[in-house]
Write a protein that binds this ligand. Structure first.
Ligand code: ZN
Length: 341
């Protein structure tokens, strides 16, 4: 099969031929149709310090996918050949207290496909049946291929009650934009999204009913005045990893506000903790998706009118993966989807 491999310890990925994966008794074999390129994949492409210490050379990359089940392991009884599916790319263990008490997304033994284990940038993917999420008719392969990042957005957005609340999202990447769409879908009042990249802010305004603010040029306080946010934002979602964005968010929150953080700051950064204490803020770190609660919620919302397809800006056949990564690395793209059929 064709697959995208981290074949060398240097910048890039390589399209190679590999044998179709063998499946175990509890696995399924999935014929991959569409995959999304993630920021994580760009780190792996760039071979930065994180990728070098995490990703084994020779690994098949990719973790955002939709496809069709083509073979079942001996003990798999609740899935069918021919079923369209996506799936949770975090492979959990069964030993930790978190796992054994059903909080699968908090399992410290978690391993990721396309990061630690063979991934989805391939014509075929082996996945534990446990991780498979069947796709209903109304969700096509393209949207199915970006349920992983939509799940990040949903997990972050649903961390706190948003009904009637004013929300600030810092970072207008695809996940920030999708989080904005989710926040509006579930009944937030004002959703303001900030960035310094005009293309991403324009995409945000096209995809979701949000107020885009370029903080390099506009004063967030002025925008808040215009929206009559007297005290500030009730809920914040930090999606940029920028220490300056978090700082601005803390400043713009109400007393007792709540912040969910998905963006990953670079290493150790300075934080004004006294302001967080005096504002009585709650800060929650978000990792991955709640397995599988987030999947149920997001599929229900998609079936109930949540519209996020506009976040996909580029589509390429898998053979043109280099164009896909160039679009991602330009910083001008939304989601980039590769077609493996
Ligand atoms: Zn991803």
């Amino acid at each position: 099969m064709r697959c995208l491999v981290k074949a060398k310890a240097e910048e890039g990925l390589w399209l190679e031929e590999r044998p179709v994966p063998q499946i175990g008794p509890d696995d399924v074999l999935i014929k991959v149709r569409k995959t999304g390129i993630c920021g994580t994949d760009v780190h792996i492409w760039n071979w930065d310090a994180w990728a070098q210490k995490t990703v084994p050379v020779g690994l098949v990359t990719g973790h955002e996918f939709a496809g069709e089940i083509v073979a079942l392991g001996r003990d798999v009884t609740d899935l069918k050949v021919g079923q369209r599916c996506s799936g949770e790319g975090h492979l959990i263990g069964t030993h930790s207290r978190q796992s054994r008490s059903g909080r699968f997304h908090l399992d410290p033994e978690t391993r990721g496909i396309g990061v630690n284990e063979p991934g989805a940038f391939a014509e075929f993917l082996r996945l534990p049946a446990f991780n498979v999420v069947p796709l209903p008719e109304g969700i096509d392969d393209e949207v199915g291929a970006i349920l992983d990042p939509l799940g990040n957005a949903v997990h972050t957005a649903l961390s706190f009650d948003l009904v009637g609340e004013d929300v600030l999202i810092t970072g207008a990447g695809p996940i920030g934009i999708m989080a904005g769409a989710v926040a509006r879908h579930v009944g937030a009042r004002h959703v303001v999204i900030t960035d310094v990249n005009p293309d991403r802010l324009a995409l945000a305004a096209r995809v979701a009913d949000v107020v885009p603010v370029n903080v390099a040029r506009e004063d967030l306080r002025e925008v808040m005045g215009r929206l009559r946010l007297v005290q500030g934002f009730d809920v914040g979602m930090e999606m940029s990893g920028s220490p300056a964005a978090l700082d601005q968010m803390v400043e713009a929150m109400v007393m007792g506000g709540r912040i969910a953080m998905l963006g990953i700051p670079p290493g150790r950064t300075a934080v004004d903790w006294s302001r967080i204490v005096f504002k009585a803020l709650t800060i929650k770190g978000v990792y991955g998706r709640e397995i599988f609660e987030t999947w149920y919620k997001m599929i229900a919302m998609l079936e109930n009118g949540l519209e996020i397809r506009g976040v996909i800006t580029h589509r390429f056949p898998a053979a043109r993966f280099e164009d896909g990564f160039a679009a991602m690395r330009s910083g001008l793209s939304g989601k980039v989807v590769l077609d493996w059929t």
